[in-house]
Design a protein around this ligand. Structure first.
Ligand SMILES: Nc1ncnc2c1ncn2[C@@H]1O[C@H](COP(=O)(O)OP(=O)(O)OP(=O)(O)O)[C@@H](O)[C@H]1O
Length: 222
Protein backbone atom coordinates (compact mmCIF):
# COMPACT_ATOMS: atom_id res chain seq x y z
CA UNK A 1 0.00 0.00 0.00
CA UNK A 2 2.72 2.47 1.01
CA UNK A 3 6.14 1.92 -0.48
CA UNK A 4 9.31 3.82 0.32
CA UNK A 5 11.69 3.23 -2.55
CA UNK A 6 15.44 3.70 -2.49
CA UNK A 7 15.20 5.98 0.52
CA UNK A 8 18.09 7.61 2.33
CA UNK A 9 17.32 9.86 5.28
CA UNK A 10 19.79 12.15 7.00
CA UNK A 11 19.39 15.16 9.23
CA UNK A 12 21.77 17.82 8.02
CA UNK A 13 22.86 21.21 9.29
CA UNK A 14 24.37 23.23 6.49
CA UNK A 15 26.86 20.88 4.84
CA UNK A 16 27.23 18.70 7.93
CA UNK A 17 25.36 15.40 8.40
CA UNK A 18 24.07 15.57 11.96
CA UNK A 19 22.45 12.15 11.90
CA UNK A 20 22.12 9.31 9.41
CA UNK A 21 18.83 7.47 9.94
CA UNK A 22 18.20 5.31 6.83
CA UNK A 23 20.48 4.26 3.98
CA UNK A 24 19.10 2.96 0.67
CA UNK A 25 16.01 1.31 2.08
CA UNK A 26 13.09 -0.19 0.21
CA UNK A 27 10.14 -0.72 2.48
CA UNK A 28 6.69 -1.89 1.50
CA UNK A 29 3.60 -2.06 3.66
CA UNK A 30 0.95 -4.42 2.34
CA UNK A 31 -2.75 -3.88 2.91
CA UNK A 32 -4.27 -5.62 5.96
CA UNK A 33 -0.88 -6.15 7.59
CA UNK A 34 -0.24 -5.27 11.21
CA UNK A 35 3.39 -4.35 11.69
CA UNK A 36 5.45 -3.53 14.73
CA UNK A 37 8.59 -1.43 14.40
CA UNK A 38 11.12 -1.70 17.21
CA UNK A 39 14.68 -0.49 17.60
CA UNK A 40 16.89 1.28 20.04
CA UNK A 41 16.03 4.77 21.17
CA UNK A 42 17.13 7.11 18.39
CA UNK A 43 17.18 4.37 15.73
CA UNK A 44 14.52 6.11 13.63
CA UNK A 45 11.08 4.73 14.53
CA UNK A 46 9.35 8.12 14.78
CA UNK A 47 11.20 9.36 11.72
CA UNK A 48 9.92 6.36 9.74
CA UNK A 49 6.33 6.99 10.83
CA UNK A 50 6.65 10.67 9.95
CA UNK A 51 7.89 9.69 6.48
CA UNK A 52 5.05 7.19 6.03
CA UNK A 53 2.59 9.88 7.12
CA UNK A 54 4.07 12.36 4.65
CA UNK A 55 5.00 14.68 7.52
CA UNK A 56 8.73 14.40 6.78
CA UNK A 57 9.39 14.92 3.08
CA UNK A 58 13.03 15.77 3.41
CA UNK A 59 14.73 12.58 2.18
CA UNK A 60 16.17 11.05 -0.96
CA UNK A 61 13.97 8.46 -2.66
CA UNK A 62 10.34 8.00 -3.59
CA UNK A 63 6.99 7.58 -1.85
CA UNK A 64 4.33 5.41 -3.49
CA UNK A 65 0.74 4.98 -2.41
CA UNK A 66 -1.17 2.11 -4.03
CA UNK A 67 1.57 2.00 -6.71
CA UNK A 68 1.23 5.69 -7.56
CA UNK A 69 4.27 7.87 -6.96
CA UNK A 70 3.33 10.91 -4.90
CA UNK A 71 5.01 14.26 -5.23
CA UNK A 72 6.82 15.34 -2.05
CA UNK A 73 4.82 18.53 -1.80
CA UNK A 74 3.55 19.71 1.62
CA UNK A 75 -0.02 20.62 0.56
CA UNK A 76 -0.52 17.54 -1.60
CA UNK A 77 0.79 15.29 1.16
CA UNK A 78 -1.49 16.98 3.71
CA UNK A 79 -4.49 16.21 1.51
CA UNK A 80 -3.26 12.64 1.04
CA UNK A 81 -2.83 12.24 4.81
CA UNK A 82 -6.27 13.64 5.61
CA UNK A 83 -7.94 11.19 3.22
CA UNK A 84 -5.92 8.04 3.76
CA UNK A 85 -3.87 8.03 6.97
CA UNK A 86 -4.81 7.94 10.64
CA UNK A 87 -2.18 8.88 13.21
CA UNK A 88 -1.91 8.19 16.94
CA UNK A 89 0.95 9.43 19.11
CA UNK A 90 2.09 8.80 22.65
CA UNK A 91 0.81 12.22 23.77
CA UNK A 92 -2.72 11.80 22.32
CA UNK A 93 -2.84 15.38 21.01
CA UNK A 94 -6.55 15.81 21.62
CA UNK A 95 -8.11 19.26 21.26
CA UNK A 96 -8.46 20.48 24.86
CA UNK A 97 -11.34 22.88 24.15
CA UNK A 98 -13.61 20.22 22.62
CA UNK A 99 -15.40 17.29 24.17
CA UNK A 100 -14.73 13.71 23.07
CA UNK A 101 -17.55 13.67 20.53
CA UNK A 102 -16.18 16.80 18.83
CA UNK A 103 -12.61 15.51 18.97
CA UNK A 104 -13.64 12.34 17.15
CA UNK A 105 -15.79 14.33 14.69
CA UNK A 106 -12.94 16.71 13.85
CA UNK A 107 -11.37 14.85 10.87
CA UNK A 108 -14.81 14.29 9.33
CA UNK A 109 -15.49 18.04 9.55
CA UNK A 110 -12.13 18.67 7.84
CA UNK A 111 -13.22 16.24 5.12
CA UNK A 112 -16.46 18.27 4.82
CA UNK A 113 -18.85 15.42 5.51
CA UNK A 114 -22.44 16.47 6.18
CA UNK A 115 -23.79 16.62 9.76
CA UNK A 116 -25.84 13.42 9.53
CA UNK A 117 -22.91 11.39 8.18
CA UNK A 118 -20.64 12.78 10.89
CA UNK A 119 -23.15 11.89 13.63
CA UNK A 120 -23.60 8.36 12.27
CA UNK A 121 -19.88 7.69 11.90
CA UNK A 122 -18.93 9.13 15.31
CA UNK A 123 -21.69 7.19 17.06
CA UNK A 124 -20.70 4.01 15.25
CA UNK A 125 -17.04 4.30 16.27
CA UNK A 126 -17.93 5.22 19.88
CA UNK A 127 -20.10 2.14 20.07
CA UNK A 128 -17.42 -0.08 18.49
CA UNK A 129 -14.70 1.10 20.89
CA UNK A 130 -17.05 1.25 23.89
CA UNK A 131 -16.60 5.00 24.40
CA UNK A 132 -20.18 6.19 24.87
CA UNK A 133 -19.69 7.12 28.51
CA UNK A 134 -17.05 9.71 27.51
CA UNK A 135 -19.09 11.42 24.79
CA UNK A 136 -19.60 14.77 26.58
CA UNK A 137 -16.40 14.78 28.61
CA UNK A 138 -13.38 16.96 27.87
CA UNK A 139 -9.84 15.54 27.57
CA UNK A 140 -8.84 16.99 30.98
CA UNK A 141 -11.61 14.85 32.54
CA UNK A 142 -10.09 11.58 31.23
CA UNK A 143 -7.23 9.28 32.24
CA UNK A 144 -4.30 8.77 29.86
CA UNK A 145 -5.64 5.42 28.68
CA UNK A 146 -9.09 6.91 28.05
CA UNK A 147 -7.51 9.81 26.11
CA UNK A 148 -5.64 7.31 23.97
CA UNK A 149 -8.84 5.40 23.18
CA UNK A 150 -10.45 8.67 22.05
CA UNK A 151 -7.33 9.48 19.99
CA UNK A 152 -7.59 6.08 18.25
CA UNK A 153 -11.30 6.65 17.60
CA UNK A 154 -10.46 10.04 16.07
CA UNK A 155 -7.77 8.45 13.90
CA UNK A 156 -9.99 5.67 12.53
CA UNK A 157 -13.38 7.42 12.27
CA UNK A 158 -12.60 8.44 8.68
CA UNK A 159 -11.82 4.76 7.83
CA UNK A 160 -8.19 5.44 6.88
CA UNK A 161 -6.37 3.01 4.63
CA UNK A 162 -3.61 2.82 7.21
CA UNK A 163 -3.27 3.61 10.91
CA UNK A 164 0.15 4.74 12.15
CA UNK A 165 0.74 4.59 15.90
CA UNK A 166 3.89 6.00 17.49
CA UNK A 167 4.47 4.51 20.96
CA UNK A 168 0.70 4.44 21.61
CA UNK A 169 1.08 2.70 24.96
CA UNK A 170 4.38 4.27 26.00
CA UNK A 171 2.79 6.53 28.60
CA UNK A 172 0.28 4.01 29.90
CA UNK A 173 0.17 1.47 32.71
CA UNK A 174 -0.36 -2.25 32.02
CA UNK A 175 -4.15 -2.12 32.43
CA UNK A 176 -4.48 0.78 30.00
CA UNK A 177 -2.06 -0.90 27.59
CA UNK A 178 -4.34 -3.92 27.67
CA UNK A 179 -7.35 -1.74 26.76
CA UNK A 180 -5.45 -0.33 23.77
CA UNK A 181 -4.34 -3.81 22.69
CA UNK A 182 -7.96 -4.98 22.77
CA UNK A 183 -8.77 -2.17 20.32
CA UNK A 184 -5.81 -3.05 18.08
CA UNK A 185 -6.88 -6.71 18.06
CA UNK A 186 -10.36 -5.63 17.00
CA UNK A 187 -8.98 -3.42 14.21
CA UNK A 188 -6.57 -6.13 13.05
CA UNK A 189 -9.41 -8.68 12.95
CA UNK A 190 -11.34 -6.23 10.72
CA UNK A 191 -8.38 -6.01 8.31
CA UNK A 192 -7.16 -2.53 9.30
CA UNK A 193 -3.60 -1.93 8.10
CA UNK A 194 -1.61 -0.90 11.16
CA UNK A 195 1.98 0.16 11.77
CA UNK A 196 3.02 0.54 15.42
CA UNK A 197 6.35 1.89 16.60
CA UNK A 198 6.91 0.41 20.02
CA UNK A 199 9.43 -0.61 22.65
CA UNK A 200 6.93 -3.10 24.05
CA UNK A 201 7.27 -6.81 23.26
CA UNK A 202 3.68 -7.25 24.40
CA UNK A 203 2.45 -4.81 21.74
CA UNK A 204 4.73 -6.40 19.09
CA UNK A 205 3.24 -9.84 19.82
CA UNK A 206 -0.20 -8.58 18.76
CA UNK A 207 1.07 -7.71 15.27
CA UNK A 208 1.41 -10.15 12.36
CA UNK A 209 4.89 -8.91 11.27
CA UNK A 210 7.72 -7.55 13.36
CA UNK A 211 10.54 -5.32 12.12
CA UNK A 212 13.52 -3.73 13.77
CA UNK A 213 15.50 -0.67 12.70
CA UNK A 214 19.23 -1.44 12.86
CA UNK A 215 22.26 -0.23 10.94
CA UNK A 216 20.17 2.31 8.99
CA UNK A 217 17.92 -0.49 7.63
CA UNK A 218 14.49 -1.89 8.46
CA UNK A 219 14.92 -5.60 9.02
CA UNK A 220 12.32 -8.30 9.44
CA UNK A 221 12.47 -10.19 12.76
CA UNK A 222 12.03 -13.90 12.08
N1 LIG B 1 15.40 17.55 13.73
C1 LIG B 1 16.43 16.73 13.93
N2 LIG B 1 17.70 17.13 13.73
C2 LIG B 1 18.74 16.30 13.89
N3 LIG B 1 18.62 15.00 14.27
C3 LIG B 1 17.37 14.55 14.52
C4 LIG B 1 16.23 15.38 14.35
N4 LIG B 1 15.13 14.66 14.66
C5 LIG B 1 15.57 13.43 14.99
N5 LIG B 1 16.91 13.38 14.91
C6 LIG B 1 17.77 12.20 15.16
O1 LIG B 1 17.30 11.15 14.32
C7 LIG B 1 17.41 9.91 14.99
C8 LIG B 1 16.10 9.17 14.93
O2 LIG B 1 15.17 9.83 15.76
P1 LIG B 1 13.75 9.20 16.09
O3 LIG B 1 13.00 10.18 16.93
O4 LIG B 1 13.14 8.77 14.81
O5 LIG B 1 14.17 7.91 16.93
P2 LIG B 1 13.23 6.86 17.69
O6 LIG B 1 13.69 5.50 17.29
O7 LIG B 1 11.80 7.19 17.47
O8 LIG B 1 13.63 7.14 19.20
P3 LIG B 1 12.80 6.91 20.58
O9 LIG B 1 12.63 5.42 20.71
O10 LIG B 1 13.72 7.46 21.62
O11 LIG B 1 11.52 7.68 20.46
C9 LIG B 1 17.88 10.20 16.42
O12 LIG B 1 19.25 9.88 16.53
C10 LIG B 1 17.64 11.70 16.57
O13 LIG B 1 18.61 12.30 17.41
Amino acid sequence: MIQLSNVTKQFVSGERVVCQVFRDIDYNIDASCSISISGRSGSGKSTLLRMLAGLDLNYLGDYYFKRNKLEKNIEKMATHRLKHIGIVTQKYQLLSDRNCYDNIAFPLKCLKHDKKTIKNKVEEIMELLDLNEFKDRYPYELSGGQCQRIAIARAIVKSPDILLADEPTGALDKASEYEILKIFDLLISKGQTLVVATHSDVVAKHCTSNYIIEDYKIQSIK
